[in-house]
Design a protein around this ligand. Sequence first.
Ligand SMILES: *[C@@H]1O[C@H](CO)[C@@H](O)[C@H](O)[C@H]1NC(C)=O
Ligand SMILES: *[C@@H]1O[C@H](CO)[C@@H](O)[C@H](O)[C@H]1NC(C)=O
Ligand SMILES: *[C@@H]1O[C@H](CO)[C@@H](O)[C@H](O)[C@H]1NC(C)=O
Ligand SMILES: [Zn+2]
Length: 513
Amino acid sequence: MSRAFCRGTAGALLGLFLLGVGLLITALLIRTYTLTKPRVIWQGEGAQEATLGDRAIKQLRQALIGAVRIPTVSFSEEEQNFTALAEFKDYIRKVFPRVFSSSFIQHEVVAQYSHLFTVRGLDQGLMPYMILAHLDVVPATDEGWKFPPFSGEEHSGYIYGRGALDDKSCVIGLLQALEFLLERGYQPRRSFYIGLGHDEEVSGHKGAMKIVEKLQSLGVKLVFVVDEGLAVVDGVIQGVKRPVALVGTTEKGSITLNLTVNQPPGHSSMPPAETSIGILAAAVLRLENHPMPNMFGEGPEASMFEQLSREFSFPLNVMMANLWLFSPIVSRVLETTPSSNAIVRTTTAITIFNSGLKSNVIPHMARATVNFRLHPAQTVDEVLDIIRNTINDKRVKLSILNSFDPLPISPHDESNFGYQILQRTIHSVFSGVPVVPGICIGNTDSRHFVNLTNSIYRFSPFQLKPEDLGRIHGLNERISVENLKKVVQFYYQLIQNADSDKVPTADQDNHEL
Ligand SMILES: *[C@@H]1O[C@H](CO)[C@@H](O)[C@H](O)[C@H]1NC(C)=O
Ligand SMILES: *[C@@H]1O[C@H](CO)[C@@H](O)[C@H](O)[C@H]1NC(C)=O
Ligand SMILES: *[C@@H]1O[C@H](CO)[C@@H](O)[C@H](O)[C@H]1NC(C)=O
Ligand SMILES: [Zn+2]
């Protein structure tokens, strides 16, 4: 082979290589900048806005403050403050008189403390929808709070208290919106239900589930369900500067297990090589050291990042728009913080570890409780298999305390009525923020509604900054009055928007243009 030929081949290869790189970069950039922006389906006039004058705002603030002052605490599935729940019943009746006296709203108490409202629309041919919220809150003591958690103190534009975000602002915002609509003489075209559960924080088995049974016995089918869940987040997703609305189209499943080891008891002066505590500790450590597989790309999280791609700055935008190439890197990065790790995999949390009573006695039994939250691309059975293989020790007995699969993914395409109604309402209330589907890490009452609809959306209509996240179920929970107004505005417009017959088709769009 002559040298010239070699040089020629090398040159050609280099040329090909550069051409390849050039094509790749072009492909990445094309995809980055042409990845279809979610289309705005509904053009033109939407719902009428709520006019929130001083009187209305005062009424709203006081309604929430009064609600926070009633300590509707759920301590456990068995133990709730039933006095407070009963008081809440009288409270809403007093604060929202029009809701309770309207000729087309039927109110019933379900399971003693939960509420079901049936709002009859003018057009019985339209399939009804449902809005959910819950009355109960998690416990709180005064310690660490700027103001006592059930005092409903207002300070510098914020209302403080347990439930200010989760979920009394939604309960009150929703009823207040309906009260304002009724004040205006409004009656919906489309019927809808409002469900207010009283035990969401401890499973929803007594409240939401009874509401479902009731509706099911009436043969009700719902076009969509909206419950609490994700929100408009501002600065929460690293690399995204603008606020974006995340609508939960699924929620994680859960498994709670007890791991038990029984070994002969003995005296600490003559210990065996392995004790029940040692065996259990090793099993638990294996679970922690072998996290469940990273499922990034197998569930809806990939489409969330893809749809968000244009909100990231360079070079993250190129990476998010081209997950076909960058997903291995992105998934590794997401693993590094607990909050995003929870989006990419089934998480493992050891929550209780019990054994031993005396310092000189080797205990017979050691027991731990472990809670897994299941990624939407896995099932309870699959995860149990992995757990058994990881523990790989017959002496560790597994008993399942409770388990449920992740929720099916609700449709969120251009033709889905519920998702588009939400998008339309969110655009209007939150000045055009992008709306993207997401995974709800926590669970909601809406998970009990899968037999009534395939379109369940989890969205709390307020804006959250990173520092707000720790307040939910934490210290100094609070909502700004600005945010509270958004909540009312959201439900006020959602109810009107849902009066549309159906999603406009592309054809109709063109006519309008
Ligand atoms: C339960 O609620 C009532 C008010 O309805 C309150 O007086 C009482 O202290 C609460 N009990 C507990 C244990 O929180
Ligand atoms: C599970 O384990 C925890 C912690 O040891 C214990 O309190 C609980 O009673 C156990 N539950 C069952 C059903 O075994
Ligand atoms: C839905 O219906 C199926 C079949 O009737 C039943 O087994 C399941 O428990 C129901 N799920 C809920 C959440 O009600
Ligand atoms: Zn909640």
